[in-house]
Design a protein around this ligand. Sequence first.
Ligand code: DSN
Length: 415
Amino acid sequence: MSFLKEYDSEIFDLCELELERQTDHLEMIASENFTLPAVMEAMGSVFTNKYAEGYPAKRYYGGCEYADKVEQLAIDRACKLFSCKFANVQPHSGSQANGAVYAGLIKAGDKILGMDLSHGGHLTHGSKPSFSGKNYSPFYYGVELDGRINYQRVMDIAKIVQPKIIVCGASAYAREIDFKKFREIADEVGAILFADIAHIAGLVAAGEHPSPFPYADVVTTTTHKTLAGPRGGMIMTNDEDIAKKMNSAIFPALQGGPLVHVIAAKAVGFKYNLSPEWKDYAKQVKANAKILGEVLIKRGYDVVSGGTDNHLILVSFVGSDISGKEADAALGNAGITINKNTVPGETRSPFVTSGIRVGSPALTSRGMKEKEFKLIANKMADVLDDINNTKLQAEIKEELKILAQNFIIYNQSTY
Ligand code: DSN
């Protein structure tokens, strides 16, 4: 029996359609994933009814005895997972977490140095349309034409800029981030080192990407990307003074009541991340992204930096007639969901772009391995080779739908 179906058939029907979309399409947006039904159940739990401003054992409302236990469990699991001393699990999103880092540690107008959005950084790393670019004075580093960060160049920029905060971490970068080198740069200019590991957190948790600890002063992440938990954010540190500042920045400075149901779901997600099977998942995410890159290179495509160390690849069409926008649309027609992305040497606008970003976390959660990724990469190349062939796109969509349906992750009983 579905309460939702009984009470609101319009929303129920949209859930059905979304479930069908998620089932029949191949989700390859690098920041998306499929969470566990247990995580979804916790998100839909009675904790959605509870106000709990404050922190465990220091609340502004009564009746928080179980909310306290939930939040403490989430904190303890987060600290165990990332081997750190303090965690704030209340940020509603990664952007909220990043906002708290700036709000808690620097003043309006202070200089921050982050990765340029068009080179793979995030909006909240100082991009002009974001609060981070409006309220602070943003400066940027980027990648070289080979798609890699040149740490000496970052050092040179930092020495000139003298930022209060250096942000490392990216939304579209396929190579390992050298947190130790970033620490050396931050030390050289006396900056706070802030690592945003939203994209790679699941790999870090599994030991499949170097940890930002002990190098970064403060670390943020989302919990729904490679971590495969509920949609939300988190802040971590080993520094007690920074931890106190982060707590005040989240509440009462930026947020009101925490989403206790989401915090409960974060705790469930962390339990999964702490389980022995998590390491296998993270290894498979990397192996799947790697073969995707290898096949596309073999088929003549320019994979930025020549491959990947993590969960995503960037494909560059610079110098060809294909734009990222066209590739996105053509692959979408073939049942493969990805996003257009700017790439090194970009010549087109951010709305058109000359590249695409493709990720492996979601399909890996569905159980796909190298064999399936090899087939999908070849189908992607078939579509890109003949980008205006809508008949071929429709045929591939039907073929891939059958593949997708063999890797069912949810059924109706999930909601
Ligand atoms: N929107 C996310 C991504 O796609 O990378 C970043 O927040």
